[in-house]
Design a protein around this ligand. Structure first.
Ligand code: ATP
Length: 747
């Protein structure tokens, strides 16, 4: 790695593009006062990331840009680039997590910085815009620090003597190449802090969700309990339903069987009853019907007989009259017969009449008949009938009478027979009635049995309706899986258990149902899902805390290791520097003692600043707590032949020499790639200038040296000399010169 060139454009007095090549170990820049030599050193400071505008002798960014002159207009942008050779691939860049270093695989690294009038800065590596911290990281990788130890500005040769203990320590750490570790240390400390905050955050999140988890856990327990109860219920239901179904089926069969039997019986009885009814219809007794006409016939015969008897009586009377010569009535016998016959009819009718009026009517008619007959009796004169005729008639009547009697007798006999038949038939009828009565009682009995079965059927129907309703309810509670009760295997011994046990089961089911209802419906799947999610989150947080704790541990170890490394290397570095310091000091002063010592000093609190804030300000390097003890570097010197050990008592030249001795000692221990010394030799006398020249030559073995000088001795030690002049256009010009020209220009 080598500094190849520096390019200035619009930077301060370098209006035009100016390229300074550094092909040799010692390059000196010479020129008259105010020609712009220091502007070159500042240009390098600027491009290496200097943030203090004051140290660049300006008030604002605009002061760094060419202001313009009579002949040249002002610039809006100043840019400076440094070109490094990177064939050895020494340049690296810290990765985003700063754990790894990425090798920059370029043969040449160009670092550029631009500043605009509005104060905006741009940083570029090989033309790509980067952040300031990338520039610092890349430079730190080749031991070019930001503390500016490799650029000693004009009049600042004794800066290291004036700076604070802490700044001195930083400068030395930087020069020892410990800056990289410091960066890492700071990065790790920041990370540690961040990790601790993350742990706090995660812990607080866990604390926040803890009550919710507890709540959900309880809910889940409830859900699980409900599930258990549901399972129990499902099992009970299945057994219950299986039993119920079996029971209903069994009962149905029994009832059907019974009903069948009863129906058969009923059918039989109905048939039997119908049979008896049919017979009843046939029980008509014809004799009964014949009884009345026969009696009527007898009645008629009696009437005829009575009539004949009266006729006979009259004939016998006449015969008697005839025999006693009785006056014969002037009415013929026929007339009398008619009269008597009519009278007899009326009388018969009167006797048969039911109503009094009817009898009166008949009597009235009898009166009319008698009245009609009387005159005929008065008018008529009795007629004499012959006895023979009368006798003949009498005999006829007698014959007729006996015929009638015979007939009457026959009819009487017939009636008697009829009565006997009727009585017999009546007897039979009563027997049938008895049988029918028995059947009816039997029928009633069967019907009541049938009724009983109907009631049982009704009850069974209700049981079945209930059963279906229970299944429907169970489906709502348990789901369609409940229908698998049909496959439920019943214990054999429980098959003939009593209904009471089933009832106990039903009550148990009811109890569980009530308990389930009491618990209420929790959206089980949502609760479980939510619990799982929250528990997972908690688990994740716990795992994260664990991981973070692990990374805290490893960060602590890393920090400890880095601190140990820094401390170790620092102490080692101090020892080495002390040896060189003593050597250079002796060389400069021809004796005496010089050393650095590490001391502890308390420090005031400093805040870390943001990147934007640190533009043109000192870069913060440490986050320190108030009162924190930190190490600083003290310089102990004693001049030969002088008692004074206090640096403040040293002359300007002595201070300059001490400072050079220390700077060179530092550079010797860990040589920076280049070193810029701006008139560091200004205060040296001839003898010391030679010693300075010797040391410069010595240093140039390890570091490229860019010397800004008016010192002839120094010029003589240089390999290349550049002369800087300023023209009437106010712009600095650069030209290669030889020694005598240089000496000339420097005046
Ligand atoms: P000395 O030998 O006295 O130390 P020097 O050669 O180091 O002098 P510098 O200090 O580098 O000179 O240059 C100072 C010159 O640069 C001044 O003349 C100043 O006017 C000029 N200068 C500084 N800033 C600007 C700028 N922004 N624009 C133009 N010129 C500038």
């Amino acid at each position: 790695m080598k500094l190849k060139s520096i390019e200035l454009l619009g930077f301060k007095s370098f209006a035009k593009k100016t390229v300074i090549k550094f092909d040799n170990p010692i390059v000196s820049i010479v020129g008259p006062n105010g020609s712009g030599k220091s502007n070159i050193a500042e240009g390098i400071s600027f491009v290496l990331g200097e943030q203090s505008i004051k140290s660049l002798r300006g008030k604002s960014g605009a002061d760094l840009i060419f202001k313009g002159s009579k002949n040249l207009s002002h610039f809006n942008k100043a840019s400076v680039s440094v070109v490094f050779d990177n064939k050895d691939k020494k340049f690296t860049l810290a990765s985003a997590d700063s754990k790894k270093e990425i090798k920059l695989d370029y043969n040449q690294i160009t670092i550029s910085r631009e500043v605009y009038r509005d104060g905006i800065n741009r940083y570029l590596i090989n033309g790509s815009e980067v952040r300031l911290k990338d520039i610092l990281s890349v430079l730190a990788s080749v031991n070019v620090g930001s503390s500016g130890h490799q650029i000693i500005s004009q009049g600042e040769a004794d800066r290291i003597l004036n700076s604070s203990l802490k700044d001195r320590r930083e400068m030395i750490e930087d020069s020892l190449g410990l800056k990289v570790y410091q960066y890492r240390l700071k990065e790790s400390e920041r990370k540690l802090e961040k990790t601790k905050n993350n742990i706090k955050e995660a812990q607080s999140l866990r604390r926040e969700i803890a009550p919710y988890i507890n709540f959900l856990k309880k809910q889940v327990e409830k859900v699980e309990k409900t599930e258990k109860m549901r399972t129990e219920l499902e099992l009970l239901y299945k057994e219950y339903f299986k039993k119920e179904e079996n029971y209903i089926e069994k009962e149905k069969n029994i009832l059907n069987q019974e009903k069948k039997i009863i129906n058969q019986k009923l059918e039989k009885i109905t048939k039997a009853l119908e049979e008896t009814k049919k017979e009843e219809k046939n029980n008509f007794i014809p004799e009964q019907e014949q009884l009345q006409p026969t009696e009527e016939k007898i009645q008629k015969i009696r009437i005829l007989k009575d009539e004949l008897s009266r006729k006979l009586g009259r004939i016998e009377g006449r015969l008697e009259i005839n025999s006693k010569n009785l006056v014969v009535l002037p009415v013929s016998m026929e007339e009398i017969d008619v009269f008597i016959s009519d009278l007899q009819d009326y009388l018969d009718q009167a006797l048969l009449g039911n109503e009094l009026q009817e009898v009166f009517d008949i009597l009235e008619r009898i009166k009319v008949l008698v009245d009609q007959f009387n005159p005929s009796l008065k008018d008529e004169k009795p007629t004499n009938y012959k006895n023979d005729e009368l006798i003949k008639t009498k005999n006829d009547i007698l014959k007729e009478l006996s015929a009638l009697e015979a007939e009457e007798k026959k009819f009487y006999q017939l009636i008697k027979e009829f009565r006997t038949t009727i009585d017999r038939k009546r007897m039979d009828e009563r027997e049938e009635e008895k049988e029918q009565f028995k059947l009816k009682i039997e029928e009633k009995d069967i019907k009541s049995q049938d009724n009983l079965i109907s009631i049982q059927e009704d009850n069974l129907y209700k049981t079945e309706v209930n059963f279906k309703e229970e299944i429907r309810e169970a489906e709502v509670l348990i789901g369609p899986v409940i229908f698998s009760y049909k496959k439920f295997k019943l214990l054999i011994e429980s098959e003939n258990e009593s209904r009471e046990i089933q009832e106990i089961r039903r009550k148990k089911i009811e109890r569980i149902k009530i308990r389930l209802e009491d618990i209420g419906s929790i959206g089980s799947s949502e609760v479980i899902k939510e619990y799982q999610e929250v528990a997972e989150r908690d688990e994740f947080l716990s795992k994260e805390i664990e991981d973070l704790n692990k990374s805290v541990e490893s960060l602590k170890i890393l920090i400890k290791e880095l601190k140990e490394k820094i401390d170790g290397e620092f102490k080692e570095g101090i020892d080495k520097i002390n040896k060189q310091f003593q050597k250079f000091f002796e060389l400069m002063f021809g004796g005496g003692k010089a050393s650095l010592s590490v001391i502890n000093a308390s420090n005031r609190k400093k805040k870390q600043q943001d990147e934007e804030d640190i533009e043109f300000k000192n870069i913060p390097t440490l986050i320190e707590e108030e009162g924190e003890i930190e190490q600083g570097i003290d310089i102990n010197v004693s001049l030969p032949r002088k008692k004074s050990k206090d640096l403040h008592m040293f002359s300007g030249g002595e201070r300059s020499l001490t400072s050079i001795a220390l700077l060179f000692a530092i550079s010797q221990v860990n040589p920076p790639p280049f070193l810029i010394l701006d008139e560091t030799d200004a205060a040296l006398d001839e003898a010391n200038s030679r010693k300075y020249g010797d040391m410069v030559e010595n240093l140039s073995k390890h570091s490229q040296l860019i010397l800004i000088t008016h010192n002839r001795e120094t010029m003589s030690r240089s390999h290349v000399l550049y002369g800087v002049t300023i023209g009437i256009d106010g712009a600095s010009k650069l030209l290669s010169v030889n020694l005598s020209q240089a000496v000339q220009i420097a005046k």
